[in-house]
Write a protein that binds this ligand. Structure first.
Ligand code: FES
Ligand code: FES
Length: 157
């Protein structure tokens, strides 16, 4: 069927079965490869995007469910190629090892900062809990979020 979805502020008409995972449409139809396929089961967060501002697993979200809603991918954080503050902080803290989880991590973290600009450690840890990093860079990721929010002076122990 023909479905119109709004991604990073642009409307796209795609041909897909209603139950097709949004992740497949983003990557396969729109060429937005930031979101990654990790588990495909809603258990790792590599595929995280924003839907109406909420961090969401795109691998278990049917494309038909997002018609009329606003989708943002990691590419939408830097529409003109300039990294935003959170992306710069991830770079400054060298948060990526293999990098596979990072787009999802950034999108989940950005959803927090959009609602809570200066989160405390507990808020960061609780919010980031659904996203996994197999390289174990979680402490660097937390440091990056704190750097972007201007709360680096607070303890992360
Ligand atoms: S690929 Fe979506 S949660 Fe793992
Ligand atoms: S940096 Fe490798 S999975 Fe997170």
């Amino acid at each position: 069927m023909s479905i119109v979805i709004s991604v990073n502020g642009a409307q796209h008409r795609v041909q897909a079965s209603p139950e097709t995972p949004l992740l497949y449409v983003l990557r396969g139809d729109l060429g937005l490869n930031g979101a990654k396929y990790g588990c495909g089961l809603g258990q790792c967060g590599a595929c995280t995007v924003h839907i109406d501002g909420k961090a969401t697993f795109s691998c278990i979200t049917p494309v038909a469910a997002v018609e009329g809603r606003e989708i943002k991918t990691v590419e939408g954080l830097a529409p003109h190629g300039d990294m935003n503050a959170l992306q710069r902080a991830f770079l400054a803290e060298q948060a990526a090892q293999c990098g596979y989880c990072i787009a999802g991590m950034i999108m989940r973290a950005q959803a927090l900062l959009d609602k809570v600009p200066r989160p405390d450690d507990e808020q960061i840890r609780r919010h980031m809990q659904p996203n996994l990093c197999r390289c174990g860079t979680h402490m660097r990721i937390i440091r990056a979020i704190k750097r972007a929010s201007g709360t680096s002076h607070r303890s992360i122990a």
